[in-house]
Design a protein around this ligand. Structure first.
Ligand code: GTP
Length: 185
């Protein structure tokens, strides 16, 4: 993504199918422990600059499609700097929905010139003993705004802080500047 200047805060939005563990990931990050019963939606939280690796205040925003209209979710996409689309590694349908629903929905709510970086997050790796990351490369090829993919577990606290750190890095140090291909031609 190309900014005129580096943003002074990073706003991270978590999207994805119900039950994939969005709220659990946020609460595991904040409390450093897994809670079995989480609210439908985490309150927006702000991580102060001095406890983030990049020293940039970071807002983390959860969604709950049962409680929010698609219009409200679209408004959150507009406000976000980076979007983490979460799926559950043991539920193929939640991975399928990334390409069939969530990535197009993010595009529909973003400016064409300026695609927001997207991180694909495979949660619940504590439930499987193999990696699903190979199933994601086709999606990443089709959608160049996909900046990074990461597997994690809110329950076992594996890669949870790394996931949020990767989201910060996608905004502050993009691997590849993301331009709209249509715009360049
Ligand atoms: P919605 O609020 O419906 O959008 O769901 P969500 O994506 O916020 O998922 P939530 O955090 O509510 O988690 C759904 C269920 O998955 C809960 O029963 C969690 O305890 C469980 N869960 C979340 N993360 C993990 C994980 O890493 N491993 C396992 N085994 N279970 C998890």
């Amino acid at each position: 993504m190309v900014y005129d200047s580096i943003p002074r805060t990073v706003r991270i939005l978590l999207l994805g199918e119900p039950g994939v563990g969005k709220t659990s990931l946020i609460l595991s990050l904040v409390t450093e422990e897994f809670t079995e019963h989480v609210p439908p939606k985490a309150e927006e939280i702000t991580i102060p600059a001095d406890v983030t690796p990049e020293q940039v205040p970071t807002n983390i925003v959860d969604i709950n499609v049962a409680e929010q209209s698609l219009e409200q979710v679209g408004e959150e996409i507009e406000k976000a700097h980076v979007i983490c689309i979460v799926f559950s590694v043991e539920n193929q349908e939640t991975l399928n929905k990334i390409a069939t629903y969530w990535l197009p929905f993010v595009r529909d709510n973003s400016s064409e010139e300026f695609r927001k970086p997207v991180i694909l997050v495979g949660n619940k790796i504590d439930l499987i003993d193999y990696s699903v990351i190979d199933n994601i490369w086709d999606i990443a090829e089709e959608y160049p705004e996909v900046d990074r993919c990461i597997e994690c577990s809110a329950k076992s606290l594996i890669n949870v802080s790394e996931m949020f750190y990767n989201a910060q890095k996608a905004v502050l140090h993009p691997i590849n500047p993301i331009y709209s291909i249509e715009e360049q031609e």
